[in-house]
Design a protein around this ligand. Structure first.
Ligand SMILES: [Cu+2]
Length: 657
């Protein structure tokens, strides 16, 4: 606190209302989805049997959004991907909600739609009914098929002739020994099925010989099977006696100096739009646009484990309904999300997005030891989060906005690690033996954030900073000299970059049209602490499709059809739409509407303690002002002392009373 000020005289300010114009970026409502679906089903080419993959808002381009802010209109339009059981390919449609009409349609004959929840369930049923699969289970001593779990993993693109043109799943199996038991403790090793997801035809059952036995020791996480735990810790409550300091209206939100709109798509889940601090634009759109999880084992069927959880399954569709006091602590504002089922029906996920404030420790502090005077401010963050479950893993995404102008993203991975079986004491070199006879293969979780940047408006460039130590010379006689060099990355190929610890390489997004008080372009810096070195070969079947992992940043000019780092159509794709291919156009990315793509994640050599359920491990990045403000924007905050704080063991406030 600032010791010179009497905090008791200050009253909390009322939160300002969010700007009304942001409401135009809200996701489609159930009514709008229903209108769009009816239009598509009534279309003579598509018909009532059409299958829906994704329905989301057709978002404005930067130019459209600027025109809207200047007083223009933003039409409500749906962007829809549909497919048919009998016709190859995917149609992409733009439907005008107001006009109830398809205003654009494109058919991509070689594309495959992503996997829908309904299809994952039918894959399990069809594989379990296949006589070859039943026989393989019988050979392993399984006579009752009810306990067999078949997880539908995407099949990738491995050049098998019989898989061409089909939506292919390559399955892995486990054994459930109790309804609520942890079946990932019991992998059925060396048994995979290859299935056409749309027709349900099981193309092959790969029953490898010489496989290890199914480990049968139980490792449960459900309290039903565990001994009574020790007494809980004492309660820790978050109390905001005067309520929260944010306001929200139709997905537009205002908190402290921040304003933004909260979007949600079936594919990415949480999306943030038009993020501004004190009215100044920073990011036009932010979302996690892809996640690929390459596994390192080439044994049995594991070489095909290279799953795209966003592009093939959809973080949005698999988002959890959150629980107050469990997922979220304190005073919580929830938003529901509305996604689509396979037949176009609205699927509402209640409490899909959590919005709340958190204490963030000290924001800054200084003690002038000569005068004895201390000034400090505690930090506060606005947290916008959601959690999804993709098969065995949970991914919890958190966006944090702080009072010093920083935007931070954190991804927490929890859930259950993927498992395989080994002969006890003889794990393969690609796996950690986490329990006797139970392995967990090495893998990576590589996310890609798509950040449509608008630092102080349009016309942005990316600048790379490298630091160099200088050799001894007449001007560096003591060898201490080192300095940083900025380089503008002017084209797409020049801007495909990897981290380099030897120069402490970093990147910032600048607006060359807006200069700071010292004549430099205003900027936001990307803090990228979780760059992952990719470990799969670029030219392998999985490396080709996940080519966005080859670099840690990519920069492209905005193009409304380049939405995802592994391409629009990822399932069984050939990789031709991925970032590494897109940037071969080598377009200009200097002083224009740019998209910054950041690949980051986790390199996961599994620990025994990641099982039977994994405590959260996290990764992320942040965008911090770097010459955007003249001084620290949190320099002059109102002094606040938390009056609920007391000395341990006492019940009365210890300070300022
Ligand atoms: Cu992992």
């Amino acid at each position: 606190m600032n010791e010179a000020v009497k905090p008791a005289t200050l009253k909390p300010a009322a939160a300002p209302p969010p700007p009304k114009h942001l409401q135009a970026l809200a996701p489609l409502t159930p009514d709008e989805i229903n209108i769009a679906v009816a239009v598509v089903k009534a279309d003579p080419e598509l018909g009532p049997g059409v299958l829906f993959e994704n329905i989301d808002l057709r978002e404005p381009s930067p130019a459209e959004y600027r025109a809207y802010l200047d007083g223009g209109k933003l039409p409500r339009e749906a962007r829809i991907n549909v497919n048919h059981l009998d016709v190859p390919g995917v149609w992409q449609l733009i439907v005008s909600v107001a006009d109830k009409a398809i205003i654009r349609r494109t058919h991509f004959p070689a594309a495959r739609a992503g996997f829908m929840v309904e299809q994952m369930i039918s894959v399990e049923v069809n594989v379990k009914n296949d006589p070859r699969f039943i026989e393989a289970c019988r050979k392993r001593g399984i006579s009752d098929m009810t306990g067999v779990i078949v997880d539908s993993w995407s099949g990738g693109n491995f050049g098998h002739e019989d898989e061409e043109g089909r939506l292919i799943s390559h399955t892995f199996s486990w054994l459930r020994v109790h309804e609520f038991g942890n079946y990932y403790a019991h992998p059925i090793e060396g048994l995979n099925a290859v299935i056409d997801v749309k027709t349900g035809e099981v193309l092959r059952v790969d029953d490898y010989t010489d496989h290890p036995p199914i480990p049968m020791t139980r490792y449960d996480y459900d309290p039903e099977f565990l001994p009574p735990p020790d007494a809980p810790l004492k309660p820790l409550d978050v109390v905001q006696p005067d309520g929260v300091s944010f306001t929200i209206k139709d997905h537009a939100i205002s908190w402290d100096k921040w304003t933004l709109a909260i979007g949600f798509t079936p594919r990415e889940g949480l999306v943030l739009h038009d993020i501004r601090f004190d009215g100044r634009s920073v990011v036009r759109r932010a979302a996690i646009a892809e996640l690929v999880v390459p596994y390192g084992s080439p044994l049995y069927g594991h070489a095909r484990q290279n799953i795209f959880d966003v592009g093939e399954y959809g973080f949005g569709k698999l988002t959890n309904s959150l629980k107050l006091g469990c997922d979220c602590l304190g005073q919580i504002q929830y938003l529901d999300a509305h996604v689509n089922g396979l037949k176009g029906e609205v699927v509402t996920i209640e409490k899909a997005v959590c919005i709340h404030e958190e204490d963030a420790g000290i924001l800054w502090k200084h003690w002038d030891f000569r005068t004895g005077r201390t000034v400090l401010h505690r930090g506060r963050k606005l947290v916008i989060s959601s959690i999804c479950t993709v098969g065995n893993y949970e991914y919890a995404q958190y966006w944090y906005l702080d009072q010093a102008g920083e935007i931070e993203f954190e991804m927490k991975a929890t859930g259950i690690v993927n498992t395989n079986a080994c002969h006890p004491g003889q794990p393969d070199k690609y796996s950690t033996e986490i329990q006797p006879g139970l392995g967990a293969p090495i893998h990576q979780h590589i996310f890609c954030a798509r950040l449509d940047m608008a630092v102080d408006g349009g016309g942005n460039s990316v600048v790379e900073t490298n630091s160099y130590m200088e050799p001894f010379s007449d001007s560096n006689p003591y060898g201490n000299a080192f300095h940083a060099v900025d380089t503008v990355l002017k084209t797409e190929l020049a801007a495909a970059r990897r981290a380099d610890l030897s120069t402490h390489r970093s990147w910032k997004v600048v607006n060359p049209n807006k200069l700071s008080q010292v004549g430099k372009p205003v900027a936001y810096k990307l803090h990228a602490p979780n760059c992952v070195t990719p470990m799969i070969q670029d030219d392998g079947p999985s490396g080709i499709r996940s080519n966005f992992i080859r670099n840690h940043i990519w920069v492209t000019p905005f193009n409304e059809n380049e939405r995802y780092p592994a391409g629009e159509f990822v399932a069984n794709s050939d990789g031709r739409d991925g970032l590494a291919e897109l940037v071969k156009q080598d377009r200009n990315v200097e002083n224009t509407d740019i998209v910054l793509w950041h690949s980051f994640g986790l390199h996961h050599v599994v620990r025994a303690e990641d099982f039977p359920v994994q405590p959260c491990i996290s990764c992320g990045f942040s965008l911090a002002p770097a010459g955007f403000f003249e001084v620290n924007p949190s320099n002059n905050l109102p002094p606040v002392i938390n009056r609920a704080s007391v000395l341990a063991g006492e019940n009365k406030a210890s300070c300022c009373s």
